[in-house]
Design a protein. Sequence first.
Length: 131
Amino acid sequence: GARVQRWRNALHAGRIHAPLPADWSQAWDGSAPLALPGGDRLELVGTDAFDTPLRVHARQGGERLLLPGRTHHHSLRHVLQERDVPPWLRMRMPLLSDAGELLAAGDSIVSARMAGWLHARDACLRWIVVA
């Protein structure tokens, strides 16, 4: 039930967690914490709810998003690599989308649109990862 793995010239140990099921998807309005498969939780903090429900889902591959302060879309895969998100967390990371537009990956990678919405409400996303 445990793993030891070398990544980025360091040794990492921890429990083995299953990735989000590839076909998992759920509508979420943010009014209450969302229990994710595997025990993690996603929360919207600082405001009552989203204006309309968003879709929370697993990574499928090929996702792109427009980051704050940028003029072109970036591959989520490259953003995750640039930000040193470990592979075992990438597999569990919930994505938030609206009408096919990727708005956030977990709580640390947020699109320009979502960042503006959160900032206007002094709110944030919180992804609580079960250790």
